[in-house]
Unconditional design. Structure first.
Length: 467
């Protein structure tokens, strides 16, 4: 069988796209998306797929390096799925992210370019995450370079991240720069201890082995919660492991395990059993405090989330007399943050466990002017809700990446709040939804926010004022 060959082209890259791809054009103007390049590179690209008139490919060589290129900080960059843009200087990362938002708002949302503000950068471009989830695997995944080298590698027992776009290939992580150092120390100790004491790592294909996942949560004062997902009832071996963790790491103030006998790694539907320590981590966000449990849905960049919430507050301009609806409210963090400035907060969230967390956090902060509803926003946001609690003056919306359901948009137009503060993790769907409010609302402010440096993810806040 003849080996398939791919055409190679020269591409000048000018921007970034999803999943760590760079976007550029050939001399003929053909749009190319490729891995391994950054904006400013002139590169040779091997084309491998054409879809809807757009080619994707792999960077084969760099003819001229971008002035924005930097050396990646992490030894695992390009292999694990944690970061996309460590090889791009941060000032250029945020410039590209701002441009992504600007393009979406101008082309899809049809906004006035003058209302699009400069991006809010992140102060900590590394070590900013308060939660990471790692996966155990029987065997380590090796790169082609490692295989070709003359080095000898210990292949048994990986604890790290999935290779991008794979379910069974785990990159063993020595150091991750997305979380504080104590996370590395704990993870590496658990791996070493398990190997020394013959505690088996899970094999996702054969469904054998005990250790499946490790979740490490931290707060701003560097307290740690550890959660182990295991495949069978807790044994003396696992109990001894937890005891060693307790004795060696004073930062660990809470430890749990969950038994996962399923064939997939999802564990949020499982019971978490406490081994030692506190039930929760406590996290301070300006004037409010939040309890974070093993399964809590909480913003993973605490410091930048505080700045995000401060922006939301400045957009809303509450006087203390407003009824505020907080849609897709998660654990209620935005509503709780704003509660002291509002007459009443109504939060709606589809995930029941998140609503329970929200109610607990409201009680923790002695907030009495907030109510939460569990259910689909498009079902709960109705005339009965408005009759019971009053017409909203301000609505905060922070939907999933897919954006707003058409019924939600129609009901918001029907109930006619004076202000809508739209927070989005997907500027494209946000811009689409903004266009659907045209004729009823006018966007007066839009600001991109970088919540996750070294990745392609961008947040965007828009203020819609009723016409």
């Amino acid at each position: 069988m003849r080996k398939k060959t791919y055409k190679k082209v020269e591409v000048h890259f000018t921007g970034i796209a999803h999943k760590g791809l760079a976007v550029g054009r050939t001399e003929e103007g053909i749009v190319i998306f490729a891995k391994g390049a950054v904006p400013g590179d002139l590169a040779v690209v091997s084309l491998n797929r054409k879809r809807k008139g757009v080619w994707t490919g792999q960077t084969e060589s760099i003819i001229k390096y971008s002035r924005h290129r930097v050396n990646p900080k992490c030894e695992h960059f390009g292999v694990c799925g944690g970061c996309s843009w460590q090889q791009l200087e941060y000032t250029e990362q945020i410039q590209q992210k701002e441009q992504l938002v600007r393009d979406a708002m101008l082309k899809i949302g049809k906004l006035d370019p003058l209302i699009i503000e400069s991006i809010l950068p992140c102060e900590n471009i590394y070590n900013y995450r308060n939660k990471l989830e790692f996966t155990f695997s029987t065997f380590k995944w090796l790169t082609n370079e490692e295989i070709k080298s003359e080095k000898r590698f210990e292949l048994i027992g990986a604890l790290g991240f999935h290779r991008p776009e794979t379910f069974d290939r785990i990159v063993d992580i020595n150091q991750c720069h997305l979380q504080i150092e104590i996370s590395d120390l704990i993870r590496n100790f658990i791996r070493s201890y398990a190997l020394e004491h013959f505690i088996s790592f899970y094999n996702i294909k054969q469904h054998t082995g005990i250790l499946r996942n490790l979740i490490i949560r931290t707060n701003q004062i560097e307290e740690v919660m550890v959660v182990l997902s295991i495949s069978e009832p807790i044994s003396d071996q696992i109990t001894e492991l937890f005891l060693e963790l307790k004795n060696r790491f004073s930062n660990i103030v809470s430890a749990y395990y969950a038994i996962n006998k399923k064939k997939n790694d999802s564990w949020f539907d499982l019971e978490c059993c406490k081994v030692f320590g506190n039930d929760h981590l406590l996290e301070k966000m300006e004037h409010v405090t939040f309890q974070i449990g093993p399964k809590s849905f909480f913003q993973t960049n605490t410091l930048q989330s505080i700045k995000l919430y401060q922006l939301i507050r400045s957009f809303a301009e509450l006087s203390g007399q407003e009824i505020v609806y907080d849609l897709y409210c998660g654990v209620g963090s935005i509503g709780i943050f704003l509660a002291k400035d509002a007459k009443l907060i109504i939060g709606i969230e589809e995930i029941p466990e998140a609503v329970l967390d929200a109610e607990c956090n409201a009680r923790l902060n002695n907030i009495n002017n907030i109510r939460f509803y569990a259910g689909d926003v498009k079902m709960i946001l109705n005339e009965e809700l408005v009759l019971n609690h009053g017409n909203p003056d301000v609505v905060i919306i922070d939907p999933p990446r897919a954006g707003l359901h058409q019924d939600v948009i129609q009901n918001l137009i029907l109930f006619g709040p004076q202000k809508i503060v739209y927070v989005s993790c997907n500027p494209a769907t946000q811009a689409r939804d903004i266009a659907l409010f045209s004729g009823y609302y006018k966007v007066t402010r839009n600001k991109p926010v970088d919540m996750f440096p070294q990745t392609n993810h961008t947040e965007s806040i828009a203020l819609l004022i009723k016409l």
